[in-house]
Design a protein around this ligand. Structure first.
Ligand SMILES: [Zn+2]
Length: 338
């Protein structure tokens, strides 16, 4: 097995990948597509430290070798490879409560990601993809799973207003999911392209950089302000914006795909008695995400997504890193691995 490993910031080299041997029911998967997200680029450019591992935090492929009797997981099956693994070392893992693992490991962040020719995983980490789920949809399962966690943890109900700070691909997907659950997203962005994509995706309330956000959210909610606010850390919008849109006692979720760090002045949050929740992606909602995609709850066709090839991975990272520096955003990129 080989893949693109980060040996130092800005330096990707194609290297041998060691096969994991600790899992019980192993299956080997030939990777067909992977996704490059902000998380990968922030590691590539050294913003977030990383060990010498392969990047790529989402990937799909075809089973090439399995042990017999793995519950329908046969050679040739099209699968999504779960990027999250329980740590097996924290208290909750040791008492068997893996779903409450306090240190979930993520592919491309804590262990080798999916910019590799093959990957080896425990069969419990492979999800057979229904034919109605496209490759592109499958590469965004991680985003959709995080969006489901947010809807669950905020306990969003039909008719609730939810202000979402940041309209990158993840913010857009979250807004679509909230509409699916019959609540009302108010999506806020400083980026003109994101604004247009949000409108094209069918989100009704989208506020751009020229709008007075506090006044508009007050008007939309008849003066109540938002009971639920989601602050997407990847968005580069000051966190104080989230607090200013929240009603007294509101819930504010701090989240993002990249685990990028940003400073937060809490004074306003304390004054408003806000409840702050921190929500990261995990493995609990993968099956639900696949089901939602199969039910056409999320439409990714409006999103701006680039494509590249396995060979072009180093030049693609260079391009994305330059884009991040000049425009403060990246374009998520699908890598054709074959
Ligand atoms: Zn654990």
């Amino acid at each position: 097995m080989k893949g693109w490993k980060l040996s130092a910031p800005f330096n990707l080299i194609e290297e041998e990948i060691e096969e994991t041997t600790s899992a019980v029911n192993l299956a080997k998967v030939k990777m067909t597509k992977a996704l490059i997200s902000l998380s990968d680029v922030l590691r590539y450019n050294g913003t977030i430290d990383i060990d010498r591992i392969a990047l790529g935090s989402s990937g799909i492929g075809i089973v090439s070798e399995t042990e017999p009797n793995l519950f329908g997981l046969e050679k040739g099956k099209h699968v999504y490879v779960e990027p999250h693994r329980e740590c097996n070392e924290c208290y909750n893992c040791k008492i068997g409560e893996h779903s409450k693992c306090s240190d979930v490991h993520v592919a491309g962040e804590d262990f080798d990601g999916f910019l590799t020719d093959f990957t080896v995983a425990d069969s419990s980490k492979l999800y057979i993809l229904p034919e109605s789920v496209s490759d592109l949809d499958a590469l965004f399962i991680k985003h959709i799973s995080l969006a489901i966690s947010i809807v669950d943890k905020l306990k969003i109900q039909k008719g609730d207003y939810v202000a979402i700070i940041g309209a990158n691909n993840f913010g857009n997907i979250l807004a679509q999911l909230i509409i699916y659950y019959q609540a009302v997203p108010i999506l806020l962005t400083l980026d003109d392209e994101e604004y247009k994509i949000a409108k094209d995706s069918g989100v009704y309330y989208v506020l751009d950089k020229d709008a007075n956000w506090t006044k508009e959210v007050s008007n939309i909610t008849s003066g109540r302000m938002a009971k639920n606010v989601v602050y997407i850390a990847d968005s580069n919008i000051p966190a104080t914006k989230a607090f200013s849109l929240a009603s007294y006692n509101a819930k504010v979720a701090y989240t993002g795909i990249s685990q990028k760090n940003s400073p937060i002045p809490f004074t306003q949050a304390v004054r408003k008695n806000l409840e702050i929740l921190c929500i990261s992606s995990d493995f609990s909602n993968t099956a639900t995400s696949i089901n939602l995609i199969a039910n056409k709850a999320i439409n990714l066709s409006c999103l701006k997504i680039d494509t590249t090839t396995y060979k072009e991975v180093p030049s693609t990272f260079k391009k994305l890193s330059d884009m991040l520096e000049s425009e403060d955003k990246i374009r998520e990129t699908v890598v054709n691995m074959l």
